[in-house]
Design a protein around this ligand. Structure first.
Ligand SMILES: *Cc1c(COP(=O)(O)O)cnc(C)c1O
Length: 379
């Protein structure tokens, strides 16, 4: 048996006829950039996320969503943006791309999300934005600190690239990833829970003026064609991606629920195989509806050996992320060193993602965990 880290073919087979019908419609129309397909998908996202009309702006990628969000908040060279060192590169890459300074705060060891108390302690007179990430599909409880940031005039951009559809229940109030702060950013990269057949992304904001500005920024800053109010970028969602994503959006709740079932079964398997002394399963914070973009466990020792062993037995596992961002060569100029963020660094040595995707079978999970047990029990 071989189990891949991700097999998109399994969920795609459910929607193939619908997707091919949509492709035929678009090729017949020969209209590929923005247009009604994109507006239609944006409107469905607004409804799904319980956002006002025209608050969702499709763009070319999750990275561009972050870049556009920062631009829409006038982030300029020298401004500081507080964020996590344990995330995909784009979170800090976009900050640095604008000449702003990523200021890191360490993570919570249980949820892997940014430590909010430490984030607050990093505020200076230059802090412009707080950019938390809802990592691996679990909401960071940012509602606890929003007022403190806002009181100091600091805006909040949620990197929700891994969390489209993740929610958090706070005293009966449902908070949706990407809609809690000032601007929310999503990625539709094919591997994400809502993934297209190519690159894609989206920015959302409840502020109508900012939404209008974002809509301009994605087309070179032009409101009226060929008249430019400010300098934007070229970052549009294309009609083909929008149409495919619109079909997938209708299946997202089912697929996310399936991921949760897979996570539950891993939990059971790790317990019944008595692996708790070797492996710590990911924690779900009270009130959270974790959508398990990744199922990342901690392996206390011999993580890399275990990964090699699994690969040899036909089971894929991956490391997200092997090097904390404050130690990346490209960020040497920021002046951080090893030991600055011990929790993030520790996790980069222990994290291991196991396969999780709609269509993964219990039998495949059981065989994989049996193989993990064999690794730790062999002498
Ligand atoms: C995927 C991802 C991005 C970037 O999205 P792209 O669509 O690949 O550009 C940004 N932040 C996080 C946390 C991501 O996982």
């Amino acid at each position: 048996m071989t189990v891949p880290i991700l097999d998109l073919r399994r969920s795609f087979s459910e929607i193939k006829p619908e997707v091919f019908a949509a492709l035929e419609r678009i090729f017949d129309a020969q209209s590929f950039i923005l247009g009604s397909e994109v507006r239609n998908f944006e409107a469905h996202c607004e409804k799904y996320l319980e956002l006002p009309e025209n608050s969702a702006i499709g763009c070319a990628s999750g990275t561009d969503a972050l870049l556009l969000a920062l631009m829409s908040l006038d982030v300029k060279p020298g401004d500081e943006v507080i964020t996590t060192p344990f995330t995909f590169f784009a979170t800090s890459g976009t900050i640095a791309r604008l000449g702003a300074v990523p200021v890191f705060a360490d993570i919570e060891p249980k949820t892997y999300n940014i430590n909010l108390e430490q984030a607050l302690s990093k505020i200076t007179s230059r802090t412009k934005v707080f950019m938390p990430v809802h990592l691996f599909g679990q909401l960071c409880p940012i509602e606890e600190v929003i007022d403190e940031f806002h009181d100091k005039g600091i805006k909040i951009i949620e990197d929700s690239a891994q969390a489209f559809g993740a929610v958090r229940n706070v005293d009966g109030k449902i908070l949706r990833a990407g809609t809690i702060g000032d601007v929310g950013c999503y990625s539709f990269f094919p591997t994400k829970n809502l993934g297209g057949c190519g690159d894609g992304g989206m920015v959302v904001t409840k502020d109508a003026k900012r939404a209008e500005r974002l809509r301009r920024l994605r087309v070179h800053g032009s409101g009226k064609t060929y008249y430019h109010d400010e300098i934007g970028i070229n970052s549009r969602l294309d009609a083909i991606q929008a149409a495919i994503l619109d079909i997938k959006l209708q299946h997202l709740e089912t697929w996310n629920a399936e991921r949760r079932k897979i996570a539950d079964f891993y939990k059971l398997l790790i317990k019944t195989n008595n692996l708790q002394e070797f492996i710590t399963i990911p924690a779900e914070l009270d009130g959270n509806y974790h959508i398990y973009h990744q199922y990342v466990v901690r392996v206390k020792a011999k993580r890399d050996e275990l990964m090699t062993w699994l690969e040899e037995q036909g089971f894929s596992a991956r490391v997200y992320y092997p090097l904390s961002l404050h130690l990346q060569p490209c960020f040497e100029y920021l002046g951080y060193k090893a030991g600055d963020f011990p929790e993030s660094e520790k996790l980069s040595h222990e994290a291991l993602a196991l396969p999780i995707f709609p269509g993964l079978t219990e039998d495949e999970q059981a065989k994989l965990i049996e193989s993990v047990a064999k690794f730790f029990r062999r002498k």
